[in-house]
Design a protein around this ligand. Structure first.
Ligand code: DQA
Length: 138
């Protein structure tokens, strides 16, 4: 089992931006926790972050992973390109958000990717990624 953990726009700032919302751990620290969690369960991990929408689409198109965990950041709310990329592959994608987007600004209540994802995990901070990984490992 191989999982691709894909992070979109501004997620490289995790640990430095809006710490009360996204926590104090950096993306590298969070990724290390995800890698250890998966390794202990016999799963391989690959990590990729980009602020560029098209790079995320290409990564989804070219992935050889068995599953993708995607925190698309703000792209979640308006990227039809990402939605189409997810819909164009057979690889199951689980949408992730660290914050509870439904308890935040109205524009965050809309996800244009949810409909083409296997499921969504949100509101559990960095553990949202771990719970999404677990969904593939059950
Ligand atoms: C986020 C929520 C998005 O609304 C926001 O634009 C992000 C992070 C989250 O992890 O809670 O960048 O996806």
């Amino acid at each position: 089992m191989k999982l691709l953990i894909l992070n979109g726009v501004n997620l490289n700032m995790t640990g430095r931006r809006e710490r009360s919302v996204y926590g104090t751990k950096t993306l590298d620290e969070i990724n290390a926790e995800i890698a250890a969690f998966c390794k202990a369960r016999g799963a391989e991990t690959e990590f990729f972050q980009s602020n560029i929408e098209g790079e995320l689409c290409t990564k989804i198109q070219e992935s050889d992973a068995d599953g993708i965990i995607l925190n698309a950041g703000a792209f979640t709310h308006y990227s039809y390109a990402l939605r189409d990329a997810i819909a164009s592959v057979d690889t199951p994608v689980v949408e992730v958000h660290m914050s509870n987007v439904h308890a935040r600004e109205p524009f965050r209540h809309v996800s244009v990717i949810s409909e083409v994802c296997r499921g969504t995990v949100l509101g559990f901070g960095k553990n949202s990624y771990i719970l999404a990984a677990e969904s593939f490992l059950l």
